[in-house]
Design a binder for this molecule. Structure first.
Ligand SMILES: C[S@@+](CC[C@H](N)C(=O)[O-])C[C@H]1O[C@@H](n2cnc3c(N)ncnc32)[C@H](O)[C@@H]1O
Length: 224
């Protein structure tokens, strides 16, 4: 007989084996017309304010809200995701914006577990809520850091582990959560100006009650 702890660990292992595959995400996106709000992520918007547009990489671009918003600000954007369904939907959103916006975005299907972006290629690399098991997460963050040009910005945002103590109803997978300080520890302070923050956000839990959740926000600028 399996005790509760062992069962939980087995379920978690199964979840973390399938959660980063094209099959899982194609099914998730394909099951509904829209998964996310369509609005750009707030930490992206505040971080990009004050940056001159250049080349941006959006990692785990989902339905494309961040990439489309960046393109509207004048950035040339590469949006990468494992899900062809998400990428197709994102491309439709970009086309619907009209004008030449869609021409500033390249959509690419990649598996970030193995994909290596070109080194020193981007002025902004953004990964919003791209959660992976460790050590794959640290390895990805190192590859993303290498893709940032001197003077460029690395922005990593995720769900903070303290959210598991709230009623927001996140999957109980603590091994997938991270702090900004943990991400910052993968960077060499001699090469990076690092800000690690844990801002709170007011949201509504599944029972309609207000709850404060926290994001892990790492903003690092590569010394140039
Ligand atoms: C939580 S969603 C975040 C989407 C978007 N960044 C946002 O904030 O709305 C995570 C995204 O990562 C993508 N993803 C998951 N595993 C991946 C992998 N192995 N390679 C590339 N993308 C992956 C999913 O398809 C999904 O779009």
């Amino acid at each position: 007989m399996t005790d509760a702890h062992t069962q939980h660990a087995t379920d978690n292992q199964h979840a973390t084996e399938i959660m980063f595959t094209a099959e899982f995400w194609d099914e998730r996106y394909g099951s509904t017309d829209r998964v996310w709000s369509g609005n750009p992520n707030p930490h992206l918007v505040t971080t990009v304010a004050g940056l001159a547009p250049g080349d941006a990489l959006d990692v785990g671009s989902g339905e494309g809200a961040d990439a489309v918003w960046l393109a509207a600000q004048g950035w040339r954007v590469t949006g990468v995701d494992v899900s062809k369904v998400a990428l197709g939907r994102a491309a439709v959103h970009a086309a619907e914006r009209g004008g030449q916006l869609a021409e500033r975005i390249t959509w690419q299907q990649v598996d970030v577990l193995s994909w290596d972006p070109a080194p020193a290629r981007y002025d902004l690399v953004s990964a919003q809520f791209m959660h992976l098991p460790r050590p794959a997460l640290e390895a990805l963050h190192r590859r993303l850091a290498a893709a940032v040009r001197p003077g460029g910005t690395l922005l990593i945002v995720g769900h903070h582990p303290s959210d598991l103590e709230t009623t927001i109803g996140r999957p109980r997978l603590p091994e997938l959560m991270f702090t900004a300080e943990q991400v910052g520890a993968t960077l060499d302070e001699r090469d990076w100006e690092i800000r690690a923050e844990t801002p709170g956000r007011e949201v509504t839990d599944p029972d309609g009650q207000p709850v404060t959740i926290h994001d892990a926000v790492l903003i690092a600028v590569r010394r140039g």
